[in-house]
Design a protein around this ligand. Sequence first.
Ligand code: SF4
Length: 143
Amino acid sequence: MKIMVSACLAGENCKYNGGNNRSEKVLQLMEGNEVILVCPEQMGGLPTPRVPAEIKDGIVTARDGRIVDAEFRRGAEKCLEIAERERPDLIVLQPRSPSCGVKQRYDGTFTGTLTDGPGVTTELLIKNGFRVIDAEDLDSEGF
Ligand code: SF4
């Protein structure tokens, strides 16, 4: 099986604060499978560490007020290009991220409040017919 994975889930230090979201469950799933790691925010040209961002009224905005929508959407397009070329059987992404979130994301107020809806990369991948699973749902999805 070919799997595309948020790089931070595999332990890469690409998270906004320079850390990662290493998941033993994801690492287990990666074993014996072909893996493509992606970090759309880095691929969109943003540095690590970087100012955290949330989607506010449909526009990705950093906590310092800077609009980073173009960078986020560029990263999403690059992920889509890779997905279209590699045709992964499964895509596993990091929950609640403004890029990789699947079911929920933060609401743009920077108060830790969640709202329903995907991140910009997930939204684009789903729109183009790819199956995307929240890393927290791997068990319930039978992986
Ligand atoms: S953009 Fe995705 S892969 Fe990159 S750090 Fe954020 S959640 Fe992880």
